[in-house]
Write a protein that binds this ligand. Structure first.
Ligand code: AHR
Length: 503
């Protein structure tokens, strides 16, 4: 007889981790590959609007419901002159783009992007160049974007046809400055000093903005830990967030180990919180620095293909990972990990949004479709708004190549008091067996299951393509039900589950 694996979760309305900041569901558009040109913007495409933005892409972005989008990079920003991208389009320079070895035509810049972001109901998270440039260019950009009128840069914006300010609230002080690949990479001391002085003048121009200092490019950087401590020693009183970036790959095609990587992510977040609080203690500060996880995703499928791309191409197909079913599971697991730290991780950006390691793909002149990873993101963005509850979870565990005691069940619950809805996100990481799931919901009297969405597929390598865009899609066949305050469900092997309860 089969010995079914069992996991249990206990929820209490009053046990809370914290309110979800909607900016946890942010994303990222970089001037890289076909993210901008051929992604969000393709003049002449049958579905392009009067400015050249693809309406089919806009619809999919709106479906993901991303409240904030980081722009314009990424590695790109460390060599970018923002002035190249404003003013009459025909006069904008073409530049060699050193981060990715392409030609940047500057057909899209700050104003067009801010316009597009508004159309998809999103705010811009603007990154400034602290590679080749510094405080002067950064403060001018804040003035150009946020100052109403009557000064050189604000009047220049108005003369470019943008009477109203863009009112950009969140600004990143450079990008991955700890990485030797970065244009004008810096030591923690060098970057810390520069970020501090840049932060000061940016806030003097507009005191309402929030600033993100660069943390490590991944937990595996040799300078990780010391980098955060040094940077925050310099910037603590002038910034609001420290950034984290992390991408995972599955080169070894080891599903169990791949799904275990959420353990690594969890450790990363905990260490950055500890480091930020260490600096807080040292400085006897009353202020708490929160976390902006402003680049995260799976990224490895396209590495080989990218090596073959011809240098100095315009908008070549770079970083076009085609995501499989198991990638979607890890993305779901990463989202659950962020929810677990909702008290400190206030912003996060799925990197990226269109074509470049993205949930949305397009073909030039053709269609737009949803990759497998689109679904868990869309689910959590739609139903993960409210308060994250602090659950007690009992789950069997497994060991993999790099991790021990990985819980088979990874789950989080978000309570939306206003809508009287409770949503449980649950991942069964078992590669073989279904998991019998039980959740104590006795504090949610009168609630019933309104939907149990499941993303499951026998073939972990299954993908969505333009020719077969609906190969991996969620179904509503989950069997969750409630009897006497107890929710039960069978979670099929390797499945992503969204169990929605409402009054
Ligand atoms: O998102 C792709 C790249 O990954 C970004 O440009 C960079 O910041 C990171 O290394």
């Amino acid at each position: 007889m089969l010995n079914t694996k069992k996991a249990k979760m206990i929820l209490d309305k009053d046990y809370k981790i914290g309110e979800v900041d909607k900016r946890l569901y942010g994303s990222f558009i970089e001037h890289l590959g076909r993210a901008v040109y051929g992604g969000i913007y393709e003049p002449g495409h049958p579905k392009a609007d009067e400015m050249g933005f693809r309406k089919d892409v806009m619809e999919l972005v709106k479906e993901l419901n991303v409240p904030i989008i980081r722009y314009p990079g990424g590695n790109f920003v460390s060599g970018y002159n923002w002035e190249d991208g404003v003013g009459p389009i025909e006069k904008r320079p073409r530049r060699t783009e050193l981060a990715w070895g392409t030609i940047e035509t500057n057909q899209i810049g700050t104003n067009e992007f801010a316009h597009w972001a508004k159309k998809v109901n999103s705010e811009v998270m603007m990154a400034v160049n602290l590679g080749t440039r510094g405080a002067d260019a950064a403060r001018n950009l804040v003035e150009y974007c946020n100052h109403p009128s009557g000064t050189y840069w604000s009047d220049l914006r108005r003369s470019h046809g943008y009477e109203n300010t863009h009112n950009i609230k969140v600004w990143c002080l450079g990008n991955e400055m700890d990485g030797p690949w970065q244009i004008c990479h810096k030591t923690a001391e060098e970057y810390g000093r520069l970020a501090c002085e840049t932060a000061k003048v940016m806030k003097w121009v507009d005191p309402t903005i929030e600033l993100v200092a660069c943390g490590s490019s991944s937990i595996h950087m040799p300078t990780f830990g010391q980098w955060e401590a040094t940077v925050l020693e310099h910037t603590y009183e002038h910034v609001d967030y420290i950034s984290l970036h992390q991408y995972y790959g599955n080169h070894e095609k080891d599903t169990a180990n791949f799904l275990g990587k959420t353990m690594d992510l969890d450790a990363f977040i905990k260490s950055v919180i500890a480091t930020a609080d260490y600096v807080k203690a040292k400085k006897r500060s009353k202020k708490t620095i929160n976390l902006s996880f402003d680049e995260w995703n799976v990224w490895f499928h396209s590495n080989e293909a990218d090596r073959k791309i011809k240098r100095w191409s315009i908008a070549p197909p770079q970083l076009e990972d085609v995501y499989d079913f198991q990638d979607a599971l890890l993305v779901g697991g990463m989202l659950i990990t962020f929810l677990k730290h909702a008290d400190r991780v206030k912003m996060a950006c799925l990197a990226q949004l269109v074509n470049v390691i993205a949930p949305i793909m397009t073909s030039n002149g053709g269609g737009a479709w949803r990759q497998t990873i689109f679904y868990p993101f869309a689910h959590v963005s739609a139903y993960g708004r409210g308060v994250v509850l602090n659950p007690v979870i009992f789950s069997p565990v497994y060991d993999s190549k790099d991790y021990t005691d990985v819980p088979i069940l990874q789950a989080a619950a978000v309570f939306n008091e206003e809508k009287e809805e409770l949503t449980i996100f649950a991942l069964n990481k078992d590669v073989q067996d279904l998991l019998s799931f039980e959740c104590d919901v006795r504090h949610f009297e009168g609630y019933r299951v309104i939907e149990h969405i499941v993303l499951e597929k026998d073939d972990v390598y299954a993908v969505n393509t333009e020719a077969n865009p609906f190969n991996v899609v969620p179904n509503k066949n989950g069997n969750a039900e409630i009897t006497e305050g107890k929710l039960t469900a069978n979670l099929s092997k390797l499945s992503w589950n969204v169990i929605r309860l409402a009054k």
